[in-house]
Design a protein around this ligand. Sequence first.
Ligand code: UN1
Length: 499
Amino acid sequence: MSQALVTEQKLSNYINGEWVNHDGDYASVVNPANGEHLIDVPLSTKEDVDQAVEAAKVAQKEWALEPAPQRAEVLFRIGAIMKEHKEHLSQILTMENGKVIEEARGEVQEGIDMAFYMAGEGRRLFGHTTPAELKDKFAMSQRAPVGVVGIITPWNFPIAIATWKSFPAIVAGNAVIWKPATETPMMAYEMAKIFEEAGLPKGVVNVVFGKGSQVGDAMVEHPNIRVISFTGSNDTGRMIAGKCGQLLKKVSLEMGGKNAVIVMDDADLDLAVQGIVWSAYGTSGQRCTACSRVIVHEDMKERLEERLLAEMENITIGDGLDEKNKMGPIINEDGLKKIESYMEVGKNEGAKLLAGGYTLEGGDYDKGYYFVPTLFTDVLPDMRIAREEIFGPVLSIIPVKNLDEAIEVNNDVAYGLSSSIFTQDINKVFQAQRDLDTGIVYVNAGTTGAEIHLPFGGTKGTGNGHRDSGQAALDVFTEWKAVYVDFSGKLQRAQIDVE
Ligand code: UN1
């Protein structure tokens, strides 16, 4: 059943509205649930990027001249087509990424929401009018497109994150070069087909498949790509930032988290357990927003552990296409090895393994990459398992004495994406939302589940001050232009001729 969804043997780049056959190396795309080969993905080169940028430059000039509400019309159509194909997209997403089908549907929905939300921006894209300091003079500031922009997207949310970046770029009048992750290229192929069907003019979005070391580098270094928006690992993000800094290129980075749920002694325990399990083990912990630390009031610790262990029993693991499964595989062998290596790290540091800690073996599990939900307790804030992003279903419990200590522990890591607090005390709620040093704060909910019309991103090692999605995303893909119109008919010198 699953294979029937894959209709091509080899993917092609999508450049200037054409499917361009790649005449070089390919990589195999594998279903992480069962090891089946799905399709081949081109490993493109600098020349392919050059070709895409040439097309994008020409297309962008025309596209920017279209009235924004007309550009938005295309986005409305893209949203409608995505909605029509939601199930098809979700199934392919599960096949190439591994996340369970229910979550795949959720991710596709996130993309649909983003299309309609950003389409609405086509009738806003607000600027400002501002009083001028001289008589008979008019002043305003407006958003202008940047030009050709580059987006580099990860495998863990291959469709949602691509929409967070490409849709604001499109509605603002830019053209896009998109490098999707090589693990999940089929989502990009499906999206390109949707762009075509929706009537997006050729060259406005171009998809170039390949590796960061080739395609990504070529994009970062290309003089005509004026913005790079990247979501992925911290190491890669820092490298990109370094290069972009040197080239004075605008760069927007989102690079993960070490997100914590704080459970106070007055928390609704049932709710907290549900929130933690969903945020820690959903998507097999492979979200930037995944909860990997629980900072718990010492009086609540034992009860929480008991309840968590019981709830974890209900997590059925297997192929995400099977509706009964709650947790799918890890993306690939490297991801799995990294998670496995942290088991030793945790034990050697003196943390107590309460549950899990191993890769599932035997039967169908041998064909994929399955790691069981894992729980460490008595974790100290300075242990590596409490500080480093593991990107898997591994949770550490850190006991604390009070809210001040909880906030301090939450903030004392290199990342600052998402955090959460479970409490029924309104005073604690307001203190926490002010003092938690993360870009996203939840109250009485887990650390995952950001909505697309709010800014997504974080502080410290999570990023560099920019945000994906929400209106804030427009700041990445536009320049502010200040315009002065002097209708006095005479030379008026600002700052000098002021009476
Ligand atoms: C990510 O893991 O990079 O807030 C994105 C969430 C989802 C998006 C996660 N809406 O968990």
